[in-house]
Design a protein around this ligand. Structure first.
Ligand code: DPP
Ligand code: ZN
Length: 868
């Protein structure tokens, strides 16, 4: 399989200045006519290559001349080659496609009685022959012709300039997008929807029409999305001076979608999961996510659409930056701390794992076989962390200056990550050459911190970076690493570090910090706010962590210290289970006692306490233990949670009862969200305790719940107790929500995480459920994804049957939707972190998969990397 390399980039031989697309819609066979005005750029060129995939070509013309195969053009596997030396010409291509057979959900497809498109990254070539690359920017005019009166909306990018209405058996709508754009931002949606309308006035006084399209009957679940959109629009004006640029902004929610959402110019297409929300069906977390994804896609209008990527290796140019912007937005809308913690958890649970496995790649990859394999937590989330470090380095005002410079230079262009950093650098008179290494180096840097006496009265903290070689990079360089830190003495007083903004900047492999306090009295709180995407190695004692929990002035540091304390205790139990220590249980009781006392003494806001009471997931611990036995780790973690639950029983009951009183009508607003978060965290923790008082509380909460957060909170707690309550609540839930596709995803996910011993038979039954479909990515992710990613006991069964189950499913799914199959492979890809018995079993399945005939590029790329 041919890979593309970043270094091999060449500019296009030709460009397309305008394209008129005409779609004559039919689910079975849609006819596409593309009339492009093409200009030759490379004067030496006599060949024009056009991408094309799964297309049925009808005719092809240059100006008025019909072309003949082999004389004028040649068909290739991945497109066609046109022979012409004209400097400018009009190309007319007529071809047909089969939307109803397109289960890959890439290109134009038909599902739930509607047409929908997804072109990023390389889906446009499944619509027509084209220069399907992001550095070719054309003005699009789109005519959509439908003979079905039921298709009430025929939508594309930009402004509607003609609507014939339904007459003589057909209707045509014509859309014109005045902004030149790459083909990946093209969109078409046609079908019947309900429409919610709103309006936004920009800071310069322009009125924008906002339109939200949802499935019939779902209008009541759309207002939160529109409110979020308006918040995002004014936030971007206030924080970056960026205004919306078309007269209309449309969002369509569909049930069948590979991604979360897509930022097509003026016509976003969304997975309905990130649009639909009301108190009855959506949790607080869902509300948060809808707001964040709506904002993310909106922010792309400038960071992505107005300034786009030169080639797909530069994906982080728009994604890292836009994720950073949506994170800033979420922090402003809701909570700095909780938002930050949720993103830090993603880094530690998912990104570190990816970077330690066979798919490890820099945020700007060097080599790609299938581009959709690179929509990763590395490109997105680590990319955002890199932008965040730039923000730290340049300061808020400096960062803004750099952004202004970036738009001043590159509006309307397709550019590179280097162009972005250069704009930042030049606007600030800074030298970012060392910083740029973050773009080319993969892997998670570890920073080893050692503490030692310097004379009698001083302490030296020495910091050393360890950049371990990865599969594709044998040589690693040191990186720019800002480490935000505070130090405390034994009384909890803050020690003066003389650091600007409390931040130690590592500009080389090692550095040291000297403090005027004796060694035995120092407790450092390191990497506050997760100031760099690195792993810190420092051997804390429990007493040190307790000092931070008690005395640190910022909540992040308190949370981090509690998090580290849990990790420490879990590791001790894990190691003791290997036979080392008989006193482990008693030690654990004593340690948890101390930790619990520190927690009880805190006076922090409810959402902070909720975070501190949340024991880190097993997944986030995998990067902490070499060759981990997942089942043993699961049990070790469980033991710690149970001990914590028993120790904090009264404390949690007290909070729980207090917060359960006099509920107000549901609103997604801070105080309510924070209180619910603490209440449900307490309930979940209580469910682990041996006290019999808890089961009735759970059942009662479920029964009285007037919103989804409380309902799901009860259900999750019931799942922990593993008694009949859970099964009966699940039946009640299904009866109530069986018709709501988005809500039922929660139900499937809960089923998939069940610790039933016959989980595999159970999964078979669930696949036969009337709401389940292998063609619907949300369903596949909820059921099979939740099982493989989160059901430790079920997936890692020692006979390998969990691994085999997933592999069997992947073989079938790959034929239906390779992108989703490829995402679902992740748990198998990360085999190297497991104990050797697990590794052998997983590799056997990967080998079996490798032998399957006709495997997609998506899977093939990953398996070949895994098996090298
Ligand atoms: N729709 C995806 C995102 O916004 C890809 N651009 O991240
Ligand atoms: Zn994005």
């Amino acid at each position: 399989l041919l890979s593309k390399k970043r270094r091999d980039y060449t500019p296009p031989s030709h460009t397309i200045e305008t394209v008129d697309l005409r779609f004559e819609l039919s689910p079975q066979e849609t006819k596409v006519t593309a009339v492009s005005t093409i200009k030759r750029i490379d004067t030496q060129s006599s060949v024009l290559f056009l991408d094309g995939k799964d297309l049925c070509l009808q005719s092809i013309k240059i100006d008025d001349q019909i072309l003949t195969e082999n004389d004028d053009y040649k068909m290739l596997d991945n497109g066609l080659e046109l022979y012409t030396s004209l400097a400018t010409f009009t190309l007319t291509v007529v071809n047909t496609i089969k939307p109803i057979e397109n289960t890959s959900l890439e290109g134009l497809y038909y599902s739930n009685n509607a047409y929908c498109s997804q072109c990023e990254a390389e889906g446009f070539r499944k619509i027509t022959y084209f220069l399907d690359r992001p550095d070719v920017l054309a003005i699009f005019t789109v005519s959509i012709v439908s003979t079905a009166e039921a298709d009430t909306y025929l939508l594309s990018n930009g402004n509607l300039i003609t609507d014939t209405g339904f007459e003589n058996g057909e209707r045509t709508c014509v859309w014109e997008d005045p902004f030149p754009k790459p083909s990946y931002l093209f969109a078409l949606v046609a079908g019947h929807f309900d429409k919610l309308v709103d309006e936004f006035t920009t800071q310069s006084g322009k009125k924008i029409a906002l339109e939200l399209f949802v499935d019939e009957g779902r209008l009541g679940q759309g207002q939160h999305a529109l409110d979020s959109l308006k918040k995002a629009m004014s936030w971007d004006e206030q924080n970056y001076g960026l205004e919306y640029d078309l007269d209309i902004y449309m969002i369509v929610a569909v049930d069948f979608f590979n991604m979360g959402a897509m930022e097509n110019k003026g016509l976003n297409v969304f997975n309905s999961k990130f649009v639909l929300a009301d108190a009855h069906t959506a949790t607080d977390e869902d509300y948060f996510n809808v707001e964040a994804v709506i904002a993310h896609e909106y922010f792309h209008n400038w960071t992505g659409n107005r300034v786009t990527c030169r080639d797909w290796f530069q994906l982080s140019l728009k994604e890292g930056l836009t994720v950073f912007r949506d994170q800033q937005f979420s922090a402003d809308m809701y909570s700095d701390l909780v938002t930050r913690i949720s993103h830090v958890n993603v880094m530690r649970e998912n990104q570190f794992a990816e970077d330690a496995g066979p798919m490890s790649h820099p945020i700007r990859p060097d080599e790609v076989v299938e581009m959709s394999n690179f929509y990763t937590v590395t490109v997105y989330n680590k990319g955002a962390e890199v932008i965040r470090m730039l923000h730290t380095l340049l300061g808020k005002a400096g960062f803004r200056k750099g952004m202004d410079e970036y738009f001043a230079r590159h509006d309307g262009q397709a550019v590179t990550c280097d162009d972005f950093v250069n704009a930042m650098q030049d606007a600030n008179g800074a030298d970012l050459s060392h910083f740029k290494r973050w773009y080319s180096q993969s892997g998670t840097p570890r920073v080893r911190v050692e503490q030692a006496s310097t004379g009698d009265s001083q302490t030296t903290l020495s910091f050393t970076q360890i950049n371990t070689p990865t599969r594709t990079q044998a040589q690693k360089q040191d990186l720019y690493v800002p480490i935000k830190l505070e130090c405390f003495d034994k009384n909890g007083h803050k020690v003066d570090t003389r650091l600007k903004n409390d931040t130690l900047v590592m500009n080389s492999a090692s550095t040291a910090l000297v403090l005027d306090v004796p060694n035995e009295q120092i407790t450092p709180s390191l990497l506050q706010d997760f100031s760099a995407p690195v792993l810190i190695e420092y051997d804390y004692t429990l007493s040190q962590l307790l000092i931070i929990i008690e005395f640190a002035g910022n909540d992040y540091a308190k949370w981090e210290a509690s998090h580290n304390a849990y990790i420490m205790l879990i590791k001790e139990i894990y190691n003791a289970a290997n036979g080392a220590n008989n006193n482990a249980d008693m030690q654990l009781r004593q340690d948890i006692e101390k930790l619990a006392t520190a927690i009880k003494n805190l006076t922090v806001a409810p959402e902070v306490l909720a975070q501190i009471l949340s024991v880190p997931s097993a997944e986030s611990l995998y990067s902490q233990i070499e060759k981990v036995d997942p089942i043993m780790l699961y049990h070790a973690r469980h033991k710690v949670v149970v001990q914590l639950s028993n120790t904090l029983h009264h404390f949690c009951i007290r909070h729980y009862l207090r917060l359960s009183q006099n509920p107000r009508p549901y609103a997604y607003e801070k105080q309510q969200v924070n209180n619910r978060s603490l209440k449900n965290t307490c309930l979940h923790l209580l469910a682990h305790s041996s006290a019999e008082t808890v089961a009735p509380l759970i059942a009662l909460q479920y029964k009285n719940a007037h919103n989804m957060s409380d309902r799901l909170g009860a259900l999750k707690a019931a799942q922990v107790t593993q008694d009949d309550t859970f099964d009966s609540l699940m039946i009640a839930f299904e009866e109530q929500f069986g018709d709501d596709a988005v809500v039922m995803d929660k139900w499937f996910a809960m089923q998939a995480k069940s610790s039933k011993t016959d989980i595999l038979a159970h999964l078979d039954l669930l696949q036969a459920h009337q709401q389940y479909s292998i063609k619907n990515p949300n369903k596949v992710r909820s059921l099979i994804g939740s099982f493989a990613f989160y059901n430790t006991l079920g997936f890692h069964q020692i006979d390998g049957s969990g691994y085999k189950y997933l592999t069997d499913y992947l073989i079938t799914l790959d034929k239906v939707n390779p992108q989703i199959a490829s995402r679902l492979m992740t748990p198998l890809m990360q085999f190297s972190r497991y104990a050797s018995t697990n590794q052998v079993l997983i590799k056997a399945q990967l080998n079996r998969l490798y032998g399957v005939k006709g495997l997609s590029k998506d899977l093939f790329e990953k398996i070949s990397k895994a098996l090298i």
